[in-house]
Design a protein around this ligand. Structure first.
Ligand code: UD1
Length: 422
């Protein structure tokens, strides 16, 4: 199994291209199931999660071609010959559940395995189910699979989400595009990935208004056509690389970066003493003089501070001056990086959903491992700032969400290497 070895060696500089968003691509790909005409996605990220979604769509009878080294995906769901999303694929990746809404809307039935437990919390699907049931679906749980049927087709309805779940909003939004009549989603998620999905669905002929706000209105249509759509920039990859010069010092330009994707995050960087400026090509990040100041962070649905940047922000806070409090409000059990950072000399106390970090002057390299994607990259960031060598194992998590991570950090001057069997 591969590891990544990183050695702290001072300030970073350079330009880093930011890829298309993993989480947008994982919901745009199942949108192909809504139409019998091809959907082409450009600016797709090259990640193992995208391969898993390709495998799942192919198992349903969808033809997926990966062009230009994986940056262009051409999908055709002309002949869907299977409506069962198998446990063996779904268990690898929770986003597999995003085939449920589109399959149900297109075929009138779908069988999708429940994703099962996840390292960062229970992550149930009750909100997805309630939303689809409001549109007239009948859903039963049998043998670990959700069996969904819409014998009379789906019918528009008002759906009020108890929590602004990203996945539930995406699943019900996709299903509603082909439902009869009008659907109103209240307390819908407002993430940029939802806006990207709605934009793509409109290109396919859907009638959607209000995406990016808490209320989305969908006027169902009889059929959707083909489209070509560029995947939005990955705001989590963007935020992660913005933290590299923040932690190590130096100045880095993140190509394709946009403030509107990372507004709440940039406010925290500013408070901490890091400057962010817009350029023609993206965002330039530089560490101002002196030590980083501690800041308090609470994760929230968009436009709040993203849970997917909490681990990386904690890595920054480990060497900040003073005490910072990080509150995790989206997922229970999302502080698994804390004990690993502690092995590098960080001072962190975790109580329930709150982590209190007392900044130390310098972290020290250590062998560490992570149990999820964002935790893994936070350990890489910490290693870049630490004295000596840090060996991060279980790097397959990183392959799920960060394309060419070693090459991108190397491009900024970091001392980093991927090794086998260490
Ligand atoms: C998506 C992102 C993930 C991100 C998360 C929150 C993708 C592929 N993944 O995950 O990277 O961390 O948004 O920004 O886009 N919940 C329920 N019932 C449900 C659905 C969710 O209780 O039916 C709970 C979850 O357990 C969790 C919270 O709601 O505590 C947020 O989940 P949700 O917004 O649905 O996240 P995902 O779509 O799974």
């Amino acid at each position: 199994m591969d590891s990544i070895v990183v050695t702290g060696n001072g300030p970073l500089s350079g330009q880093i291209p930011i890829a298309g968003a993993k989480n947008a691509c994982l919901t745009l790909m199942p949108a192909t199931l809504l139409s019998d005409e091809p959907l082409t996605l450009t600016n797709a990220p090259r990640l193992s999660d995208i391969k898993t979604m390709t495998e799942l769509l192919s198992s349903l009878g969808c033809e997926v071609s990966s062009l230009q080294d994986g940056q262009v995906l051409v999908m055709s769901s002309h002949d869907l010959d299977n409506h069962v999303a198998d446990y063996d694929i779904v268990r690898k990746m929770r986003a597999s559940n995003l085939v449920l809404g589109p399959m149900l809307a297109r075929l009138g039935h779908a069988v999708v395995s429940l994703p099962g437990g996840c390292a960062i919390g229970a992550r149930p699907m009750d909100l997805h189910i309630q939303g689809l049931e409001a549109l007239g679906a009948e859903i039963e749980l049998r043998d670990g699979y959700l069996h969904a049927n819409a014998p009379n087709g789906l019918k528009g309805a008002k759906v009020s989400f108890g929590f602004a779940s990203v996945g539930a909003t995406e699943n019900v939004l996709m299903a509603a595009t082909l439902a009869r009549g009008t659907t109103v989603l209240e307390n819908a998620a407002r993430e940029p990935e939802i806006v990207d999905l709605a934009t793509c669905l409109r290109r396919m002929g859907a009638q959607i208004e209000g995406d990016g706000t808490g209320t989305i209105t969908i006027q169902g249509v009889d059929r959707l056509g083909g489209a070509t759509h560029p995947v939005v920039t990955d705001r989590i990859e963007l935020g992660t690389y913005m933290l590299a010069p923040a932690i190590c010092g130096g100045e880095v330009e993140c190509l394709g970066g946009r403030i509107d994707l990372v507004g709440a995050f940039c406010e925290k960087l500013d408070e901490a003493g890091i400057s962010v400026s817009e350029t023609d090509k993206g965002l330039k990040v530089a560490r101002k003089n002196g030590r980083i100041r501690s800041v308090n962070v609470t994760t929230e649905p968009f436009p709040g501070f993203p849970t997917d940047l909490q681990a990386q922000m904690m890595a920054l806070m480990c060497t900040a001056e003073g005490i910072s409090v990080l509150e995790e409000k989206i997922f229970e059990n999302r502080f698994m990086h804390a004990p690993e950072l502690t092995r590098m000399g960080a001072q962190i106390d975790v109580h329930g959903g709150t982590a209190t970090v007392t900044g130390v002057e310098r972290l020290k390299g250590a062998p560490v491992m992570a149990t999820d994607l964002r935790a893994s990259v936070s350990l890489l960031l910490a290693g870049l700032a630490a004295e000596g060598e840090t060996v991060v194992s279980r790097v397959y998590h990183l392959d799920r969400g960060y394309e060419q991570v070693v090459r991108k950090f190397e491009g900024m001057g970091a001392k980093i290497e991927r090794v086998s069997n260490r």
